[in-house]
Write a protein that binds this ligand. Structure first.
Ligand code: SF4
Ligand code: SF4
Length: 343
């Protein structure tokens, strides 16, 4: 275990960027999101939750895949280069780290997504424990420990000091890179900090949320429930919930013409949109109720059915805070809970 004074963090960041790119929470126009570090970046380590999750460091909101160029009568395909430079993400929270595990099971399963895999191979995550979890958080319901982020390096901001513990080989390598700035530390304060975080978590309003009646075995029962017809009605189909979510992974692939040829790119999409997965014959889901049901069935039934019981929600609470119609996964789980999980 090591520590570094908060006032020396800029030095730490400078040392990292001598070798690698660095992403961390930056406040721009009043909103904090992960962005590349620079000397004049408005680093914001006090805001608990970034507006968007940091998933776009590994799964960008849009990215080119390849370009097709015409050379004489021949077409030449130029794939986009894979990430080849190491980088560090500083300040991810435990829920968002768990979100990456959810994405891994999708993008690193056969057939492996090489763009995502390259970023995962080159990225080192320094996660920051949540000093003060907020009322919209319910990560514990999904087995996430806000006090013990399972990343390459776990860190705790306690008063004016940051405590640092490497948990993986990547974390050890990064620690070596910045070791001259770190000093040896006892675990005592971190143990106290963890206890304080756990005490806050236990008192959060959604701690009693029960996942009884969900999981991979309840497909027909939950799919056919009449509750969806009531629950979906306020949904505006805006897609905000999917764009802020650390585990949503729907995307679209499109082509556009450039002066150089035709480029193919992919960008985030939303299962809440009426044209999502639109095909020549039309759309598989023809009503907003079906689209709304799909989002929650995927997180609470389909994903666990295919991934050893792991849910594809990590309880970050962003949808609770951001949905303009006050709809969210908590409301869905509670509605079924109220009906005894039998609807
Ligand atoms: S549930 Fe809320 S955030 Fe999601 S699409 Fe509907 S209105 Fe938008
Ligand atoms: S469904 Fe909501 S609470 Fe769950 S991970 Fe996504 S944004 Fe967070």
């Amino acid at each position: 275990m090591y520590k570094i004074a908060k006032e020396n963090l800029s030095q730490l960041f400078r040392q990292i960027v001598q070798e690698q790119e660095l992403y961390l929470p930056v406040k721009t126009a009043g909103q904090t999101n992960f962005a590349v570090w620079s000397e004049d970046a408005g680093v914001d380590l006090d805001t608990l939750k970034t507006v968007k999750s940091p998933k776009d460091v590994f799964f960008p909101q849009s990215e080119n895949l390849y370009t097709v160029k015409k050379e004489g009568k021949k077409l030449h395909v130029e794939p986009e280069e894979l990430k080849s430079q190491d980088f560090v993400i500083f300040g991810m929270k435990a829920c968002d780290v768990k979100g990456v595990e959810v994405l891994d099971r999708v993008f690193l399963s056969d057939p492996i997504d090489t763009f995502y895999a390259a970023r995962r191979n080159h990225g080192t995550i320094i996660a920051l424990a949540c000093h003060e979890p907020e009322e919209s958080c319910f990560c514990k319901v999904f087995g996430v420990d806000a006090a013990n982020p399972a990343a390459d390096v776990a860190a705790w901001m306690i008063g004016e000091e940051l405590y640092w513990k490497a948990l993986t080989e990547k974390g050890e390598s990064l620690t070596e890179l910045v070791k001259d700035l770190l000093i040896d530390a006892e675990e005592t304060k971190v143990v106290e900090e963890k206890e304080a975080i756990h005490n806050i978590v236990e008192k959060l309003p959604y701690m009693n949320l029960s996942l009884d009646g969900w999981g991979g075995d309840v497909l027909t029962e939950k799919f056919n429930s009449g509750l969806w017809e009531e629950l979906y009605k306020p949904c505006l189909a805006c897609g905000t919930c999917t764009f802020v979510c650390p585990t949503c992974q729907c995307y679209d692939i499109k082509d556009y013409t450039t002066a150089n040829g035709v480029s193919r790119y992919r960008c985030w999409d939303s299962c809440m949109y009426s044209d999502f997965t639109m095909m020549a014959h039309g759309n598989n889901r023809t009503s907003q109720m079906q689209r709304f049901r799909q989002r929650f069935m995927h997180k609470l039934v389909y994903y666990p059915a295919n991934n050893d019981g792991i849910y594809s929600c990590v309880g970050c609470g962003r949808c609770v805070e951001k949905c303009p119609a006050s709809l969210n996964i908590v409301k869905v789980i509670k509605a079924f809970q109220k009906q005894g999980g039998e609807q």
